[in-house]
Design a binder for this molecule. Structure first.
Ligand code: TPD
Ligand code: ZN
Length: 264
C-alpha cells in the first residue's frame, strides 16, 4: 500500500498522484458558508438507533484512533438519507493545539477537533468495502468539538488510549458504551452535502451530516488525543516519539455544490 500522511511529500497536496479521486470534483472537507446554505424543509427526522451492547475494538491506525463497531443493531436513517445505514466505525481529527483540528470549517472558523461516525448503506450494498467506493455508499455523522467542560462519555474511550499509544495497538472495549453519548443534544439542526472520504483513497461516496451544535470536551481530554504516537519505529532526531497531531485535510473546492440546512 502507498504511504500517505498530513505533511511533507506524502501530504494532502500530493495525495492525487497515487489516489486520483483526491483530485475529484466533490471532495471533502469544505468550508460551510452559512450565508449560502439552503434550507430544505423536506428532510424527515434523523433516526439514530445505536445499542450499547456491542463489542467494539479501538485501534491506532497511524492516522487516527478508530473504534470499529460490529453490531447490526446500530443503524441510521431518515434526514436526507433514502436508505438505511449501519455504523462501521468512529474516529476523530484533531490539531496540535486547541485552535485547530477540525476538517470542516464554519464561516472560516476551525474547531479543536471533529468526530466522524461512519455508516455504510446496507440497503444498496452487501459489504462496507463495496459501499465505500459507491455513490450513496457512506453516511458520516459529524460533530465539531471545542475545548470547554469535561465530557464524561469521552472518558470511556480515552481510558483505553494507553493500550493504543503505539500504532497498530488494539484494545477491546466491552463496557456498556453507546457512541450516541458523543453527539450533541440538538440532533435536529444540521448541514448536509455530498462529498468524499477525507483520507485516501478519497472515494466520492459520502453524504456528510454535520450537527450545528458543538460538543465540549476539556483541554486535558483534547491533550489525550495528542498522546497517540504516529508510528512505533520512527523517532524524532531528539529520540522523542512522534505524536499524532494535525490529522486534518485542508478544505477543498465546493465546485458548485450547495450545502443544505435542516433548519431556517
Ligand atoms: N474521514 S472520513 O470519515 O471521511 C473516512 C475516511 C476513511 C474512512 S473508512 O471507514 O472507509 N476506512 C478506509 C477504507 C476502508 C476500506 C476501503 S477504504 S471514513
Ligand atoms: Zn474522518
Amino acid at each position: 500500500p502507498v504511504a500517505w500522511g498530513y505533511e511533507g511529500d506524502i501530504g494532502p497536496c500530493n495525495w492525487h498522484k497515487y489516489f486520483p479521486k483526491a483530485g475529484g470534483k466533490r471532495q471533502s472537507p469544505i468550508d460551510i458558508d452559512t450565508s449560502a446554505t439552503q434550507y430544505d424543509g423536506s428532510f424527515k427526522p434523523l433516526r439514530i438507533h445505536y445499542d450499547s451492547h456491542m463489542c467494539s475494538s479501538l485501534t491506532n491506525n497511524g492516522h487516527t484512533f478508530c473504534m470499529s463497531v460490529n453490531s447490526d443493531q446500530c443503524n441510521l436513517s431518515g434526514g436526507p438519507l433514502e436508505d438505511k445505514y449501519r455504523l462501521l466505525q468512529f474516529h476523530c481529527h484533531w490539531g496540535s493545539d486547541d485552535t485547530k483540528g477540525s476538517e470542516h470549517t464554519v464561516d472560516g472558523h476551525q474547531y479543536a477537533a471533529e468526530l466522524h461516525l461512519v455508516h455504510w448503506n446496507t440497503d444498496k450494498f452487501k459489504s462496507a468495502d463495496e459501499a465505500i467506493e459507491k455513490n450513496q455508499g457512506i453516511a458520516v455523522l459529524t460533530a465539531f468539538i471545542k475545548a470547554g467542560k469535561e465530557h464524561r462519555g469521552w472518558n470511556h474511550v480515552l481510558s483505553h488510549f494507553k493500550d493504543i499509544k503505539k500504532v497498530q495497538g488494539t484494545s477491546t472495549v466491552n463496557e456498556d458504551f453507546n457512541p450516541k453519548c458523543l453527539l450533541p443534544e440538538n440532533q435536529t439542526d444540521y448541514w448536509t452535502y455530498e462529498g468524499s472520504l477525507t483520507t485516501p483513497p478519497c472515494h466520492e461516496s459520502v453524504r456528510f451530516i454535520i450537527f450545528k451544535e458543538v460538543v465540549e470536551v476539556s483541554s486535558e481530554q483534547l491533550a489525550q488525543f495528542r498522546s497517540l504516537c504516529v508510528c512505533s519505529s520512527r523517532k524524532r532526531d531528539t529520540g522523542e516519539d512522534e505524536h499524532l497531531v494535525d490529522n486534518f485535510r485542508p478544505i477543498q473546492p465546493l465546485n458548485g455544490r450547495v450545502v443544505k440546512a435542516s433548519f431556517q
